[in-house]
Ligand binder design. Sequence first.
Ligand SMILES: [Zn+2]
Length: 95
Amino acid sequence: MNKSWSDNGVANFVQILSQVAQKYGTRIIKVNPRGTSQYCSGCLNRVSKTLSERWHYCDVCTLSCDRDYNSAVLIKKLAVGSSQDKKLPSLAVLL
Ligand SMILES: [Zn+2]
């Protein structure tokens, strides 16, 4: 797929999503997902894994789940944390 089409598609989706959120009195929070698969969503421990490793297991808190689920939970925590001014570090700080 042409990259600019893909970028335009994502930009259009975010714009539409923002408009819908505004209509319903809420907002969207963009979170950079980069590196989220390398951290535990339960305790923020770094759990390095290759792309072929599809399962997340944390030795520190024993969280065991699908790698994508772990990333999704962490992304949600990053978004909610940023919207509630919690002390959750950004991945930019962790990386
Ligand atoms: Zn953990």
